[in-house]
Write a protein that binds this ligand. Structure first.
Ligand SMILES: Cc1cc2nc3c(=O)[nH]c(=O)nc-3n(C[C@H](O)[C@H](O)[C@H](O)COP(=O)(O)OP(=O)(O)OC[C@H]3O[C@@H](n4cnc5c(N)ncnc54)[C@H](O)[C@@H]3O)c2cc1C
Length: 500
């Protein structure tokens, strides 16, 4: 089929439809992870909800895959697809704050930098990611971990309502008042239930924060980690800070001889009385011989974009893995220290995020995000510039994860996982998986939205299913001649690989 099949779609939408014939095609098909090199049949730069409704019906008619892209940060590159249609929301980044009601209405392409900029004007914020360029919608649908978690819960815990275009092209709003089961599924079930065209969040007073960053020799990581786990558990929920292992970044407050060498880091912010910040950070300064440190009051959005030049660099090769930990045990810390010399580059991060406090005050069955009885979410985020290093660096991430996983719960945070974690989906969604599969069968019975960490629709006992429930990764296992609309072969060596 030629690209003119998309002329029908062009007549039905206001947004731009970009296909291989367009000069912008290569830009339009690109996502954050440089390892992803897929060739969609077309990219629709969505301009309004009506475009999404038309595009879903159109893609159904053509029987082509649909990928949804917000901020484009998905490590497995779920924001694009070979041979299919991409719904690219990047042109819709508006944020409307209602300061009286303390809510924000967000368009689906907004990033956390967009969001924080808009809400900070009113001295308000809610939990978002630690990097400014990550998408609000994609992060929230998976749960959403960030500095404000301990005080205000996950990003999804602050969701008030969402507008959604369902798999049949119809439009609904989900909230505690309507489509309650869909609203439940959207808070942790990732992009499985429809194309979200707007989200409304509850905001909280967060203005100036006291930022702290402290570097230690990674070799001291066990002692530092012990001090951190005691300190963070005892600190009020106004303290949001993670333990990390990095290559020393080229920042002025870390001596040059430590740039590129393995370091342990404590980083985050105190959101209570700014003047009290130094007192709250002091115990971590005393935790060992610090190599360097930075403390300063700053507006919350300033911290949100502070690490964008390190971890938020588009075009790097990327491969991620995740776990959930009840405890930051000595075994976990020894494992982290043992693997720290192999951290691929200064862009890579191994973080242990605390998810206690307000996250745990929500019951595991209250939203789709089930792992609320754990205390830490580790992310092993490998990022590097050179594709010729892929095999070695992917191996480092996998080996480290394999060593760490014995201390973990079965699942890991869905948003920190890569394509080859699809086999973990039941563990990842834990005690809520069965209900999510039932809701998938209700809202998307033929698995139209499957370019994601995919929840397969539950099949009623005894019923034979004729529907396509395989993810693209699974379909890749078929002989090439059996595939249609797949474009060039995938170049992501992480896909289709087994990790178990
Ligand atoms: C540098 C970096 C930093 C990160 N930091 C954090 C962090 O601090 N905390 C955290 O929790 N996570 C973090 N993540 C992980 C992040 O939550 C996921 O990558 C998330 O999927 C990103 O959302 P996105 O909109 O940017 O990505 P996209 O690639 O655009 O979307 C990812 C997937 O989300 C779903 N999705 C996105 N938009 C919609 C929509 N409008 N409707 C329906 N489904 C949609 C789709 O399944 C889509 O394929 C980070 C990732 C990176 C690369």
């Amino acid at each position: 089929m030629g690209s003119d099949r998309f002329d029908v779609l062009r007549e039905q939408v206001r947004g731009q439809v970009i296909d291989e014939g367009d000069a912008e095609y290569d830009t339009a098909r690109t996502v954050f992870n440089g390892m992803i090199d897929r060739r969609p049949a077309a990219v629709l730069r969505v301009s309004q909800v009506a475009d999404v409704m038309a595009a879903v019906r159109f893609a159904r008619g053509l029987k082509i895959d649909v990928a949804i892209r917000g901020g484009g940060h998905s490590a497995p590159g779920f924001g694009t697809v070979d041979g299919g249609l991409v719904l690219d929301f990047s042109a819709l980044r508006g944020v409307r704050v209602d300061p009286g009601a303390r809510t924000a209405r967000v368009e689906p392409g907004a990033t956390w930098a967009d969001y924080n900029h808009a809400t900070h004007a009113f001295g308000l914020a809610s939990t978002g990611g630690i990097i400014g360029s990550t998408g609000v919608t994609g992060l929230t649908l998976g749960g959403g971990i960030g500095y404000l978690c301990r005080k205000y819960g996950l990003a999804c815990d602050n969701l008030v309502s969402a507008d959604v275009v369902l798999a049949d092209g119809s439009f609904v709003t989900a909230s505690e008042a309507e489509n309650v089961d869909l609203f439940w599924a959207l808070r942790g079930g990732s992009g499985n239930f429809g194309a979200v065209t707007s989200m409304e969040f509850r905001l909280h007073p967060v203005d100036m924060v006291h930022v702290g960053i402290i570097f230690f020799d990674a070799a001291d990581g066990v002692e530092v980690g012990r001090a951190y786990r005691e300190w963070i558990a005892a600190e009020p929920e106004e303290m949001g800070a993670f333990l990390g292992f990095h290559q020393g970044p080229p920042v002025p407050f870390l001596p040059e001889e430590w740039h590129g060498r393995p370091v342990a880091v404590i980083a985050g912010m105190w959101t209570g009385d700014v003047d009290a910040g130094p007192r709250h950070w002091q115990p971590m300064l005393d935790a060992g011989p610090a190599l360097g440190s930075f403390f300063a009051p700053m507006p919350y959005p300033g911290l949100n974009i502070m690490f964008d030049g390190l971890s938020g660099v588009p075009g790097l090769q990327g491969y991620w893995k995740a776990d959930f930990l009840k405890a930051l045990s000595d075994d976990v810390l020894r494992t982290a220290v043992g693997f720290s010399p192999g951290i691929p580059t200064v862009h890579s991060a191994n973080h242990f995020y605390p998810i206690d406090g307000a996250v745990q005050r929500v019951a595991p069955e209250a939203t789709a995000f089930a792992y609320r009885n754990v205390n830490f979410a580790p992310a092993i985020a490998g990022q590097w510039p050179d594709a010729s290093d892929n095999a070695a660096n992917i191996a480092w991430v996998r080996d480290y994860w394999a060593a760490l996983h014995q201390y973990s719960e079965p699942g890991g945070y869905i948003n920190f996982q890569d394509a080859d974690d699809q086999s973990r989906i039941e563990d990842t969604l834990g005690s809520n998986y069965a209900r999510l599969a039932e809701l998938k069968a209700k809202y998307d019975p033929d698995n139209f939205f499957h370019i994601n960490q995919n929840i397969k629709p539950a099949v009623p006992a005894g019923a034979a299913s004729g529907i396509e429930t395989r993810t693209p990764t699974e379909r890749e296992a078929r002989p090439a001649e059996a595939r249609q609309n797949q474009g060039t072969p995938k170049s992501n060596p992480a896909e289709g690989a087994s990790t178990t």
